[in-house]
Ligand binder design. Structure first.
Ligand SMILES: [Zn+2]
Length: 272
């Protein structure tokens, strides 16, 4: 399999997007002088070590999960250790089972299979790749354990599923499903969006988990604006009747030009 079965798209000199199966997330390799970093492992539909060897020329790899959904950490078993937030541990443990329900996630033959070790990351942790550092920001919202990774040298923020375009609104159903079973509120998500907005002096674009292009800051601004409307009670959403897709879960949908938000009345505010 050429490139381990992945297609590559060069985003900057050092950042490459890895495309796999349509249902899996966008993965990114960030190459430093001494190490190569992988943002998310998709569903493990190819040989990620081979892809990293092609891109990194044998540099040691640091592998991260932005959160624990199966389309982002389904390839974890190809690596001995993974960096992720403790809030994602339970999700990541469920991912192997969850993965079996996703189309195209059949295991690939002859690939390394580790009982991978969890390496916890926290706000402000910095990883040195050689000539480039990656900073961890805790950004709960899409799930409780979501992190974003800031590459200030390349002026890119890897946001996972925190910021998603309305092309992938269907993906955001998972986000509503999550809201319904956990307590990640719009209020918490809004704080995370504000946090990355406050760091805008350090980045020009966001690379997200489901859009294979550079997201300009207005994607974030639209989401912030919609969050404010929801929290103020001034939002004018409509009810998309999502019942056939996600069991009994129904929600509100708010849309702007580039982004959309799905949310549930019971998880707008933090539980006191
Ligand atoms: Zn997700």
């Amino acid at each position: 399999m050429e490139n381990g079965g992945y297609r590559f798209k060069k985003i900057t000199e050092d950042i490459t997007l890895l495309y796999g199966f349509p249902e899996e997330c966008c993965m990114y390799a960030v190459k430093g002088r001494d190490k190569i970093l992988l943002v998310d492992t998709g569903m493990g539909t190819g040989d990620l070590n081979k892809a990293l060897a092609v891109l990194g020329g044998g540099l040691p790899a640091l592998v991260f999960n932005t959160h624990g959904h199966a389309d982002h950490c389904g390839g974890n078993r190809q690596f001995p250790e993974i960096y992720l937030h403790e809030g994602s541990y339970a999700d990541a443990d469920r991912a192997e089972e969850e993965k079996k329900t996703l189309p195209g996630a059949e295991p690939v033959e002859g690939i390394l299979d580790y009982d991978w070790r969890k390496c916890p990351v926290h706000e402000g942790n910095v990883f040195d790749l050689g000539g480039k550092t990656i900073e961890v920001l805790e950004t709960p919202g899409h799930t409780p354990g979501c992190i974003s990774l800031l590459d200030a040298e390349d002026r890119i923020l890897f946001g996972g599923d925190l910021v998603v375009s309305n092309d992938h609104c269907s993906h955001m159903l998972a986000y509503v499903e999550w809201f319904s079973f956990s307590t990640v509120s719009v209020e918490t998500w809004y704080r995370s969006l504000q946090k990355i907005k406050a760091r805008q002096k350090d980045w020009d674009y966001i690379l997200g988990g489901h859009d294979a292009f550079l997201l300009k800051p207005y994607y974030l601004d639209e989401l912030l604006d919609m969050c404010r409307d929801i929290l103020n009670g001034t939002a004018r959403p409509y009810h998309p009747q999502l019942k056939p897709v996600y069991g009994n879960i129904s929600c509100w949908k708010l849309e702007r030009e580039h982004t959309a938000v799905l949310y549930h009345d019971e998880v707008i505010f933090d539980k006191k």
